[in-house]
Design a protein around this ligand. Structure first.
Ligand code: GAL
Length: 650
């Protein structure tokens, strides 16, 4: 696989006379890809039905003539003002019932049928015009679904579409749906919430106290499906006109829609990596850790997403089929210097842009593109760096990109291989936790990320798997934390796997309709463990475990005849084991997780090492066999993201 670099460019934001020079400099720096167009609707269609593609024709020609390959974005994340004026009710509505306004981006509701038709229209125009253009080598649909909290909308359009969706979930005679089935599944007898028909069902906002969790979860699933449907309108059109691969750029820690389902309609999964922005904004680390990594980013956060999007890419058409097509994933936007949008925006240490690029390639990325080519002196992102300064002088990131390009020439292949350790990630579980966190700040993502961090701290490479996985062949350790709903198929497949399996906490805790199932959870075949009751804990009430580390934030009272694997000093049981399966009834802190995972690895014959904080390694496949047993660590496999003694920037 050829590894390449690229950048994000906005020809419409610059005067025509500098395009050639920009293109020449991009190519000279070793860039292959240039993504354009994703916010340009007001220039492509300045007035309804009046198109202006001349400038885009010209830009693509200029970029192509310089030897660059274009990723053409569909502009649907930025509907122009005239379109909002025409359809004022296309704006998404927040939980307080307030429409979001024009004046930034992503101001649309996924359920608005007329907006979707407008998107189909502009995408068709682009696809017809550029579908066979030799320089358009890939497409991007929209931009960062879900960024700025934009998946869930409480609009009239969403309410109407939700009712239709519910009829499909609880089918009845004709197209009417079975309202009795919905009432029973949701437990609507509680508080007299029963409905006589689907048209009585409102959206679960502005209720006096909390709405029925079954209602909320259904609405979250619906909202996710709306994104899949919205994206599919575009992919159907693009595929009809172009054979170039289709992509979307997902955003870190946005979990409000099922990326696996969107990914099943795309050829390349890409994501936008802003290590320093994320550190302040969404990693959720304690202040000391944030300070320590302020100029490097959290070493596990990027890696987690690289592994996640490799898994999402695995859903692409044909990838897991007989064709054996490799999963393709990129970093579409790599932070090139300081950003503007986090609470604090320090500059990265010299060398970090290069290191982040290499970290992505070490995880199997096919391309890394830097956002953006030139810093804009105007509008919202004036303080966001680019590879060039606003005055066209090179910014530090460009020299690092150039260095990566030079290094790529002699870099060895990074063949894909199966890791020994797997971690199951399920967006539906995230929806369920968000519906019912049970304690302030508890989140599925947080639990999974803690598990991932501990795995990486033990020097393990990790394959992230979808919840629909039933073939676990080759994995030696499998973790399935927090999967609120587990299908019977998944339970049986895990129990049958020839691996050490760690399930829980909160796995299998709810049925598909968000009710506590009977028999009580986790109800794993062959494992006599019952969760008798659960509690969430204040952050200042950790419970020490007898063998070290603590239970924190959440725990379950476990009963049954399985062997006790972990006990707290207060005598309560934190984990139970039978055969190769362990049920973990607690959210563990880092040291307890490291210990428990190391124990599972030892039992499975997987080598671990305790890596110092900030040092991480990743194994790649064997170029011969395509599968791996993790080899002994060699210094070349160890990359350091440790905070240096002094982080002062010259
Ligand atoms: C991303 C987005 C880009 C740009 C960037 C700034 O979320 O896709 O358009 O806004 O952030 O860091």
């Amino acid at each position: 696989m050829q590894r390449t670099l690229g950048t994000c460019y906005y020809p419409e934001q610059w005067t025509r006379d500098i395009w050639e020079e920009d293109a020449r400099r991009m190519a000279e720096a070793g860039l292959t890809w240039v993504r354009i167009g994703e916010f340009a609707w007001s220039r492509l269609e300045p007035q309804p039905g009046q198109y202006d593609f001349d400038w885009l024709d010209d830009a693509i020609t200029v970029l192509g003539a310089a030897g660059l390959k274009v990723v053409l974005g569909t502009p649907t994340a930025t509907p122009p003002r005239w379109l909002v004026d025409r359809y004022p009710d296309m704006l998404a509505v927040d939980a307080e019932g307030r429409p979001r306004k024009f004046g930034s981006r992503r101001h649309y509701c996924f359920s608005h049928a007329e907006y979707k038709a407008e998107c189909a229209r502009i995408v068709t125009k682009l696809a017809e015009r550029y579908g066979k253009n030799p320089h358009v080598a890939a497409w991007q649909t929209d931009n960062e679904y879900g960024c700025h909290d934009t998946i869930i909308s409480y609009s009239d359009a969403a309410r109407a579409a939700f009712r239709t969706w519910l009829r499909g979930q609880y089918p009845g005679p004709g197209n009417d749906g079975d309202i009795g089935a919905l009432n029973a599944a949701w437990g609507n007898v509680f508080w007299s919430m029963e409905y006589d028909g689907f048209d009585q069902i409102d959206l679960p906002n502005l209720t006096v106290t909390e709405p029925n969790p079954a209602h909320v979860l259904a609405f979250r699933r619906f909202s996710s499906d709306q994104v899949v449907a919205f994206n599919r309108v575009q992919t159907d059109i693009l595929r009809a006109h172009s054979s170039a691969p289709l992509s979307h750029n997902y955003m870190g820690r946005i979990t409000d829609f099922d990326h696996f389902k969107v990914g099943a309609d795309l050829d390349i999964a890409t994501w936008d990596s802003y290590p320093l922005g994320f550190l302040e904004d969404r990693v959720g680390a304690d202040p000391a850790r944030q300070r320590a990594y302020a100029r490097q980013g959290d070493p596990d956060f990027q890696a987690f997403h690289h592994d996640l999007y490799r898994a999402v890419a695995g859903c692409a058409p044909g990838v897991s089929g007989a064709s054996g097509k490799p999963a393709r994933w990129w970093v579409m936007e790599q932070q090139p210097g300081p950003v503007n949008w986090a609470p604090y925006n320090p500059a990265p240490l010299p060398g970090m842009v290069r290191l982040w690029s290499w970290e992505a390639f070490a995880h199997g990325a096919e391309a890394v593109c830097y956002f953006r080519w030139r810093q804009a002196p105007f509008a919202q992102e004036q303080m966001h760096s680019g590879l060039l300064r606003p005055d066209n002088v090179e910014a530090p990131g460009l020299e690092e990109a150039r260095q990566v390009f030079a290094e790529l020439k002699d870099a060895p292949e990074v063949p894909e291989g199966q890791a020994a350790v797997a971690l199951i990630f399920d967006y539906d579980a995230d929806f369920a936790w968000a519906t019912q966190p049970h304690g302030l700040g508890l989140s599925y993502f947080g639990l999974v990320f803690d598990t991932y961090r501990a795995m990486r701290g033990l020097g393990l490479s990790v394959d992230i798997l979808r919840p629909g996985t039933t073939d676990f062949a080759g994995y030696k350790v499998i973790a399935a934390p927090g999967l609120m709903h587990m299908s019977d198929g998944l339970k049986s497949a895990l129990v049958a796997a020839d691996a050490q399996v760690l399930i829980g906490p909160r796995s299998g805790a709810r049925d598909e309709d968000m009710a506590i199932p009977l028999p009580l959870p986790p109800d794993i075949p062959g494992l006599d463990v019952t969760v008798a009751h659960v509690e969430s804990l204040r952050p200042d009430m950790p419970i020490a475990l007898a063998d070290g580390g603590h239970v924190q934030l959440y725990r379950e009272a476990l009963q049954g005849s399985a062997a006790v694997a972990e006990r707290a000093v207060d005598g309560t049981v934190a984990a139970m084991t039978e055969g190769q399966v362990t049920y973990l009834g607690a959210w563990l802190d880092e040291s307890a997780l490291l210990r428990l995972l190391a124990k599972a690895c030892t039992a499975a014959g997987v080598e671990t090492m305790v890596l110092p904080d900030g040092v991480r390694r990743r194994d790649c496949g064997d170029s011969g066999s395509g599968s791996t047993t993790p080899p002994s660590p060699s210094p070349s496999k160890i990359g350091s993201l440790r905070p240096p003694v002094s982080d002062a920037r010259a």
